[in-house]
Design a protein around this ligand. Structure first.
Ligand code: FES
Ligand SMILES: [Fe+2]
Length: 386
């Protein structure tokens, strides 16, 4: 949830745009080489980046109590996250230290992890507790055979993991998931498209009128957005037409609930979409240059039975209409890459968060010792009213 001051400022920027017929825009046009969506080398460099960056793994609410765990692949690596007896979340490479079987699948609640193969047993903090017929392993140092940890940070209602890197800082995003809310839905979907093409569909409002003529556009605007940058991450705000009623309300008394949708892009591969009654954490897991798995968790914005029912109803609407429209376009772009018509895609001044994403992604890839890419700085002042 954004703060009240932030809400009020954003509402004012939206009303100003409505009055002037303008929108936030970037300073320049970005040309992204099409090869970057197709190349196996580029894909490998992006996977390496995902592994050395603190990236969202799941909502905190997916690990509600002691012993709650969630296992899934992140950047192609099986990872297990668990809330320990001390309430702290830890994460491990999900592979037994005997012969590598995965010690947990899916999600659940456990007192310890018992490997399904020969029952080596690990504590929630990863320590190896028990080895059946231990005398068969003379000299085994149990202390050196715990599950292999990866770095974890719990922040803003999200569990971030960093598999390979020591860097644990995350971007200075003001808010993501409200604490203490229940997960009301989880979905896993696979798309036949590069993860960046899918990501791009979330972070510009230039397509709303044309891609979503009957779902979102009747409630929204054509090309009217507010953009904010937080380091490598950013936020795009989609206002509803009914926000106009705030023109009559004194700024300090304006309430934006139901009048704005915030979409946070959490660099590089996650999104938090805050709608009127529910919030989604979406993580895009690249599976191949042309295939992506989307993990999407939904939490209700408010507590109570009525709020939960309303949130579920809204989620069903957004998920069944707008999301399918985006998916159709995204997969059509991927198929269209074969047309070989474009050397580069052109992102205009009304798609500035996408330009910011590609610029920062290029810079992050260039920072890798193993990847020689052109470098780029991350200017903070490129987005402005237009
Ligand atoms: S592989 Fe896990 S106990 Fe053997
Ligand atoms: Fe869309």
């Amino acid at each position: 949830m954004a703060s009240r001051t932030d809400d009020i400022a954003v509402a004012q920027r939206v009303l100003d745009h409505i009055a002037r017929g303008t929108t936030d825009a970037g300073a320049e046009v970005w040309r992204e080489p099409v090869a970057n969506y197709l190349s196996g080398d580029r894909y490998s460099a992006e996977i390496a980046l995902l592994r050395r960056t603190a990236v969202p793994f799941c909502p905190s609410a997916a690990l509600p109590g002691k012993g709650s765990y969630l296992a899934r692949e992140a950047a192609g690596v099986p990872i297990l996250a668990v809330r320990g007896a001390d309430g702290k979340v830890r994460a491990f490479r999900n592979a037994c230290r005997h012969r590598g079987a995965q010690v947990a699948q899916g999600e659940g609640c456990a007192k310890s992890f018992v490997c399904p193969y020969h029952a080596w047993t690990y504590e929630l903090d990863g320590r190896l507790r028990h080895v059946p017929h231990e005398d068969g392993f003379p000299g085994l140092d149990k202390g050196a055979h715990g599950l292999v940890p990866v770095s974890v940070q719990e922040r803003l209602g999200v569990i971030f993991i960093n598999q390979d890197g020591s860097e644990s800082t995350t971007d200075p995003i003001p808010a993501l998931l409200a604490p203490g809310r229940e997960i009301i839905g989880y979905r896993e979907t696979e798309l036949e498209a590069n993860w960046k093409i899918f990501l791009e569909s979330f972070i510009e409002g230039y397509h709303i009128r044309y891609t979503h003529p009957e779902s979102f556009y009747p409630y929204g605007f054509d090309n009217l957005n507010v953009i904010d940058l937080y380091g490598r991450s950013g936020r795009i705000t989609y206002p509803f037409r009914r926000i106009r009623k705030l023109e009559q309300v004194e700024p300090a008394k304006r309430r934006v609930q139901g009048l704005l949708t915030y979409v946070y892009h959490v660099f590089p591969n996650a999104l938090v979409t805050i709608l009127s009654r529910h919030t989604n954490l979406v993580v895009l897991e690249p599976l191949a240059p042309g295939r992506t798995r989307q993990h999407s968790w939904t939490v209700a914005n408010d507590a109570g039975e009525e709020a939960l029912a309303e949130a579920k109803r809204d989620q069903a609407f957004v998920g069944s209409t707008g999301a399918l429209e985006d998916r159709a376009v995204v997969e059509s772009i991927q198929r269209g890459l074969k047309a070989n018509a474009n050397q580069a895609f052109t992102f205009g001044r009304y798609e500035p968060l996408i330009a910011h994403f590609h610029r920062t992604l290029d810079a992050a890839l260039a920072a890798s010792p193993r990847t020689a890419r052109r470098s780029g700085s991350v200017p903070r002042d490129r987005i402005r009213g237009s």
